[in-house]
Design a protein around this ligand. Structure first.
Ligand SMILES: Cc1ncc(COP(=O)(O)O)c(C=O)c1O
Length: 325
């Protein structure tokens, strides 16, 4: 049995998040305009073992493939991914003894490709002209599908965009964690849209407990470059988007994602990445619009800012000044 009280584990898998071992909720105070009765919490997903919310989906998909005998005995994984899912999945699969091929568009920065290799993935780099920043292009998705079809004995494609296990991970873990951590008092759930596993799974669980909980999905304005998230206009690729599980989709000027990420670090000591900055701005706008009452809001802070400093400098050039003697 994992010893969560003293945090001593036999392996990384015992450390995966669960109702008994939740990622922390930390109240955000100083970055909010006024001190208020409303309690707004950030759920710090970067404290997952591989550093992002995607550990949940990746681990659930790997476990499901193992349980169904789809991987093992020389058969591994092929997945079109360059971001958090790829890194989590490659590291978890490798540590379980499975091989993985990541199909990655050429435009993905070298740093991310190197991280995937470090995590044990073999890379298939494609000239994916369809690759929209910040997501993957249809070309990479189709190529991964082709590999899975042509080499059935060597690969299976989990396909995070269509795999219900991605959503199930959040029904099983994120939802119950939040319900328990807020003692059932949550009134607002704020998250973003990527594969939509997080919003659909967490909402499904929370609304089964209390249908009045408001689920707000925050999306960046069109033309954005916020890594990991999508505008509704970019959602054709995912089958996990269910508008019935979302009360409001709130669009935010994407530049604010970067501004708020820096503010969260300076004012609240939270090393939040741009998608967390986006979600935080969404929560701020809802609180401003609706007044602050005595509610309890929970925001998913998907990952931390460490891998995004070059994205930040593009938007906040002053961060790049004064770096030379
Ligand atoms: C940084 C970041 N934020 C948000 C998301 C969105 O999560 P989901 O795919 O569950 O919608 C992702 C997903 O990859 C991500 O990497």
């Amino acid at each position: 049995m994992p010893r969560h009280d003293v945090r001593v584990y036999d392996d990384i898998f015992e450390m995966m998040p669960s109702e008994e071992n939740p990622t922390p909720l930390v109240r955000v105070r100083n970055s909010l305009p006024d001190e208020s009765e409303y309690r707004l919490y950030a759920k710090l997903e970067w404290l997952n073992p591989l550093g992002s919310v995607k550990d949940r989906a990746a681990w659930q998909m790997v476990q499901d493939l193992e349980a169904r005998g789809e991987i093992g005995n020389g058969r591994g994984i092929v997945e079109p991914t360059s971001g958090n899912t790829g890194f989590s999945m490659a590291a978890l699969a490798s540590a379980r003894g499975h091989h993985m091929k990541a199909v990655v568009p050429n435009k993905v920065p070298a740093e991310k490709k190197i991280l995937l290799k470090m995590a044990g993935a073999e890379l298939d780099v494609v000239n994916d002209e369809l690759c929209p920043a910040p997501g993957l292009g249809d070309g990479s998705i189709n190529l991964a599908k082709t590999h899975a079809k042509a080499q059935r004995d060597r690969y299976v494609m989990p396909n995070q965009y269509e795999n219900v296990q991605n959503m199930e991970a959040h029904v099983r873990t994120t939802g119950p964690e939040i319900w328990r951590q807020t003692e059932g008092k949550i009134t607002h759930f704020f998250t973003s849209l990527g594969t939509c596993g997080t919003v659909s799974g967490t909402s499904k669980y929370l609304k089964s407990k209390n249908p009045d909980i408001r689920v707000i999905a925050v999306q960046p304005s069109e033309g954005h470059d916020v890594p990991g998230v999508r505008n509704v206009s970019q959602l054709e690729v995912t089958k996990l988007f269910d508008p019935d599980l979302i009360d409001e989709i709130l669009e935010i000027d994407f530049e604010l994602a970067y501004v708020r990420a820096v503010e969260l670090l300076q004012k609240d000591g939270l090393r939040a990445g741009p998608s967390s900055g986006l979600i935080f701005e969404g929560a701020r706008q809802i609180l401003q619009r609706e007044g602050q009452g005595a509610g309890v809001g929970v925001m998913i802070f998907c990952d931390d800012v460490f891998k995004y400093t070059s994205n930040l400098v593009k938007h906040l050039p002053e961060l790049g000044q004064g770096l030379e003697p």
